[in-house]
Write a new protein. Sequence first.
Length: 387
Amino acid sequence: MKTLLSIVVPTKNRYKYLKHLINLIDSFKSDEIELVIQDNSDNNDEITQYLNVGIYPNVKYFYSSEKLSMSGNSDAAVLNSRGEYVCFIGDDDGVCRNIVDCARWMKENDIDIIKSSKVVYYWEDYNKKNLRDNLSQTIVYKQPKIQYYNSDPILELKKVLKIGFQDKLNLPFLYTGIVKRSVLDEVYKIGNTYFPGGSPDMSNGVSLCFFAKKMAIIDIPVVITGISNMTGGGILRRKGEISTLENVGFINQSVIDNWENNIPRIWEARFVWPESGIKALRYVHHEEFISEMNYDYMFANFSIYHLKNIKIAFSYSQDKLKYIYHLIQLLIKNSCRVLKNKIVALFVNRANGYMRQDHITDIIEAENFLMATIDNVNFKSLVFRKK
């Protein structure tokens, strides 16, 4: 039987989470799904022993001892998959058992890419000592509305450029999304990569904008984004800290050598995402979009997260007045959002429409809880609405 869906997982030295993901996919008992593990760990004895003890018919395991970049390991993962549709997740992420139904729905409605309702699970090792609201072992989700709307990837790209690639908004991501393989292949054949930048998710998302004919945003949870102490290769978990490119071990030399001149040589999400987005625009030969990039918004947002390094952003900014304007704008916006969420949280166990459930021990329990919560939800009931 032809594989309908591939879930691809590049991993390195994170078997703690990976074992849970293997058991989660195995619990689905579906012959339409494959879990492709692309392992670049320093030593893989632990996981090979684990796989040899059990029987996991859905797992395809590949190992490379050669040191690979994040993008290189991600490329290998997709290349080793065979599904008609592909979902890319991290080893601390998860998927819901309805993901197979979602892929069938995509096929029946000729949809190239979907983005599902956001669900976040905070692992037990999430650094709760720096958080006042203690999110560890918590799942955060929204009640589904059983509806979907179509999204124009090029319009989304322009929105993201306007804010300097500081948010992903509704870009068509393979990471935590589902993409038809034929669309991915269009990206790959340009220069033999699906991920033409230091950040695999952003560089792939920007590239896909030019090949996706039909993208849908669905209000049903399908993927569970896991956040752990090791999330994002260190991009997201080291708030307030920065690293120079030369001190980051998981990016290849070509990324360092070809870094954009007008972006500081710092490995931090506020700079990594825009640099990778611009690299993707060059890769797909659409450099004309680069002129719409809002660098001053990017520098202002970096300053919000890294006040002690504000001199770096200020020195790179080409228009100091625009930089200061965006900085003040973001300070006010962020302060209002934080205040609103705190007020809401005083009265109900939610903020911005999100619900939370505490004392969830792992990604498997998170998926079981979520599926029990939305037990009557199915894709055939999805109602189209205009955005």
